[in-house]
Design a protein around this ligand. Sequence first.
Ligand SMILES: Cc1cc2nc3c(=O)[nH]c(=O)nc-3n(C[C@H](O)[C@H](O)[C@H](O)COP(=O)(O)O)c2cc1C
Length: 202
Amino acid sequence: MEIKVLGISGSPHRHGNTETLLDSFLDGAHASGATIEKVVLKTLQYSPCRGCNACHKTGECVVNDDAIILYEKILASDCLSVASPIYTMGITAELKGFIDRQQYIWARKFILKTLYFSDNHIKRHKGIFISTAGLGWENVFDGAFPVITALFNTTGFEYYDNVIANDMDRFGGIRNHPTALKEAFDKGTKVVGILEKLKTGS
Ligand SMILES: Cc1cc2nc3c(=O)[nH]c(=O)nc-3n(C[C@H](O)[C@H](O)[C@H](O)COP(=O)(O)O)c2cc1C
């Protein structure tokens, strides 16, 4: 039973704190037998949503770029892990610009009603948010959660868990954090086991 885990890195900083944490999650998923793929938004070509609302009538986006290809990958995945550092108390411009492009899927669901995800589908599709922040504040991720919730809701994923690590400034980077990388690996391993059980019905 193949479990497909897609990781999307929204950090413009290649192999920085956030992408490293995502890598650890994906390594855990791979160790559990999943097929993994990582996509780095910074390497793609896509524009932000134009707000033309054409998709409200057609269910299609008029802009045909890498964002559409990535949304097709999302819809074909069993587990979606989305990673972003906290930039100015929210997610990065790269990730927000990409998430806004989901509007055509939102239109299919809520305006045209041509797309519906059953409760059973949502239970079998797990979404995980992965993030790092410089500050030690406990509430430093609060601005990000509603946007990630909107992404998972629109694309049919249960918001299953977070892998978040704050206080990076004090630790001097994710590799010095005492628990985050292991936590990410373990969560990657665990979610694949859960999805396998759900898929096989055991
Ligand atoms: C433009 C910018 C804005 C940032 N804003 C915040 C912020 O509002 N709160 C915070 O805790 N850290 C903030 N940080 C720090 C990053 O969240 C932190 O260093 C993170 O671990 C970087 O991850 P990366 O290596 O994947 O880029 C900011 C960093 C940058 C570059």
